[in-house]
Design a protein around this ligand. Structure first.
Ligand SMILES: NC(=O)c1ccc[n+]([C@@H]2O[C@H](COP(=O)([O-])OP(=O)(O)OC[C@H]3O[C@@H](n4cnc5c(N)ncnc54)[C@H](OP(=O)(O)O)[C@@H]3O)[C@@H](O)[C@H]2O)c1
Length: 267
């Protein structure tokens, strides 16, 4: 069993069911051991098939799914996870997250955590955590009964949305910060500063971005259906940036947020 969340994972948001199978399979064959999906992505069956067809032992792979924000009542959490468990069809799910906090905190987080604990007792999931939680929401969740079990807070982080305060608050609370949309919706590829640093190291702007996140002890999720991109992204774990590079990347922060659905919390 993988005991802690692997620091580099494959995302599957906006990847259709058919492409997901091959994307998951190729990533696992390249060395990835962490796959991120969600009930909302409508591709859990394909993620499960990719995992099963990869030839990599199930116990070496960490799979995360998420529960949508209208399913956060205790019984609904379990129902959602029964369905995710059935669709993934890979045995116990490694991690389940609250995808977005209950809008206006209509469902108390303590109730949702009780649902996760029920799911743990039923063998549906091993760990639970949260996504898109602000620092006050995360603090509240950690204080709820069982809240100490929260392993990560997954939220948007890119060079253009460094999200420094939330990263620091999350890490200070002993919770892993996980980055989604790390490339700022492809902006990283075109950014002159990232490209200048990339040129210096003989790598790509995407690799510089991932190495910067890893240097901040942030778990990276990158999505790609292209095995060449998957390999490039995976190799970024070998890249060590110097203090000057990091200072330049830190200066790119503009607070540019892409994920802003109407039900998002007040950041
Ligand atoms: N919790 C949440 O609310 C939430 C929200 C959003 C995302 N997420 C998770 O986080 C994951 C990552 O976010 P994201 O999907 O926005 O990922 P991303 O990695 O920032 O962007 C994915 C896009 O970048 C391209 N790409 C990736 N590597 C590349 C490379 N080396 N060169 C050129 N293009 C490259 C991919 O195209 P190709 O396929 O052509 O490579 C794809 O179109 C998601 O898939 C999902 O699992 C979570």
């Amino acid at each position: 069993m993988v005991e802690t969340i692997p620091s580099f994972g494959l995302g599957t948001f906006r990847v259709d069911a058919e492409k997901t199978v091959n994307s998951v399979k190729s990533a696992l064959q390249l060395g990835y051991r962490h796959i991120d999906t969600a009930k909302f992505y409508n591709n859990e069956e394909s993620v499960g098939k990719g995992v099963r067809d990869s030839g990599i032992p199930r116990e070496d792979i960490w799979v995360t799914t998420k529960v949508w924000h209208d399913q956060l009542r205790r019984e609904d959490v379990v129902k959602s996870l029964v369905e995710s468990h059935r669709k993934l069809n890979i045995g116990t799910i490694d991690l389940a997250l609250v995808h977005w906090p209950s809008p206006d905190s209509v469902v108390p987080i303590a109730e949702t955590i009780a649902g996760f604990q029920d799911a743990q007792k039923q063998g549906l999931i091993r760990h639970f955590g949260v996504s898109n939680f602000t620092a006050p929401l995360l603090e509240e969740a950690l204080k709820a009964p069982g809240g100490e079990g929260i392993v990560t807070n997954q939220f948007e982080i890119s060079p253009f949305l460094a999200n420094r305060k939330l990263v620091e608050a999350t890490q200070k609370l002993g919770v892993k910060a996980t980055a989604y949309m790390p490339l700022g919706e492809s902006r990283a590829h075109k950014d002159p500063t990232l490209n200048e640093i990339a040129k210096k190291h003989g790598v790509t702007a995407a690799q510089v971005t991932f190495a910067w996140l890893l240097s901040r002890d942030i778990v990276v999720l990158s999505a790609s259906t292209n095995p060449e991109h998957q390999q490039v992204n995976w190799d970024s774990q070998k890249l060590k940036l110097d203090a000057d590079d990091i200072e330049k990347i830190d200066a790119l922060d503009e607070g540019e947020r892409h994920a802003k659905p109407p039900f998002a919390p007040k950041w």
